[in-house]
Design a protein around this ligand. Structure first.
Ligand SMILES: O=C(O)CCC(=O)C(=O)O
Ligand SMILES: [Fe+2]
Length: 311
């Protein structure tokens, strides 16, 4: 009974998250929890929105139509139009080149990005995904994004209450012959995330992402409309095959997001989505996640004593 034992371990280790993962599958529960928090925090949310508007001249994203952006996110589950200044893209890239990343998000498997082949030899496997740790404290750009008035305004409006920043993640996806297990583990199969009762993620490409470079793919408008293929699929959280997705949604809704470095978009990853496995160039992606509650499972903080190099 592996699923029962997983549930029991989850309840002991992270009870809040495990309960949310169970209840958050139900749309009525998601809506009720989000509406209750919105009601409780309406005065504070309004005050925060006002403060964002007063500071708006300091945003990194001048000229974005924020009302349109939130309406798109609401309707499509994804919204476009963010663009990081070139200097910021360069700063993140330079930071990434100077710091170790960690194969398979394992703090014991650190390597400098230039030493990937040595890391693969040491690990005896290809490295599909390698992630950085402690980006919020180490990389100053992240701090600026987290205090950006436009991003905060979007988060308050979309979540309809006081947003909680629950994680920042910066990771490489490399063009390798990846195992089926790694492609599954690293979200290269279609899925939807139940990360909270209401949440969304900001994605920023730090490298150019053309066809073959591991674009993010999402199905526009699929939030609250999971593919109903097997019994219980309305509530199941599982991986879907490309065929199941192609058979469920019209092709024009399946969006492969190719775009230059600096491009940013928001997505409620309750939408069906995946990362493509790159075949050409590596992809570096910065992601910032906001939610109603912090279960402590999304952030990238690791104690320095846990971090080890494999090379
Ligand atoms: O790497 C990707 O584009 C997919 C990532 C993903 O599934 C997620 O961030 O929820
Ligand atoms: Fe995901």
């Amino acid at each position: 009974m592996p699923r029962l034992s997983t549930l029991a371990t989850g309840l002991l280790d992270r009870p809040g998250y495990t309960v949310m993962r169970g209840l958050g599958r139900f749309r009525t529960v998601r809506r009720a929890v989000a509406a209750s928090k919105a009601l409780l925090e309406s005065a504070e949310s309004r005050a925060r929105l006002d403060s964002c508007v007063q500071r708006m001249d300091r945003t990194m994203f001048p000229g974005l139509d924020r009302e349109r952006f939130v309406a798109d996110l609401e309707r499509d589950g994804v919204a476009f139009g963010l663009r990081l200044p070139d200097a910021v893209v360069r700063e993140i890239r330079e930071w990434a080149d100077r710091n170790p990343c960690y194969a398979d998000r394992n703090p014991g498997h650190g390597f400098m990005p230039a030493d990937r082949l040595a890391a693969e030899r040491a690990l005896g496997k290809t490295v599909l995904v390698a992630q950085y740790f402690n980006t919020s404290t180490a990389c100053s750009v992240v701090e600026r994004l987290l205090t950006d008035p436009l991003l905060e305004w979007i988060a308050i409006r979309y979540l309809r209450s006081v947003p909680v920043h629950v994680g920042t993640n910066l990771w490489w996806t490399f063009p390798v012959q990846a195992s089926a297990a790694d492609r599954d583990r690293h979200a290269h199969l279609y899925h939807r995330d139940v990360d909270d009762f209401r949440f969304f993620k900001l994605f920023f490409y730090v490298t150019d992402v053309a066809t073959g470079d591991g674009a993010h793919v999402c199905v526009v408008g699929s939030q609250d409309r999971p593919p109903l293929v097997r019994p219980g699929d309305r509530w199941n959280i599982r991986r879907y095959t490309d065929e199941e997705i192609a058979a469920t949604y019209p092709p024009e809704k399946i969006l492969e997001i190719t775009a230059p470095a600096g491009t940013g978009f928001a997505e409620d990853t309750l939408c069906i989505h995946k990362g493509l496995t790159p075949t050409r160039a590596p992809r570096l992606l910065l992601q910032v996640q906001y939610a109603l509650f912090d279960y402590g499972v999304m952030h990238d903080r690791r104690a320095a004593t846990e971090l080890r190099s494999v090379t």
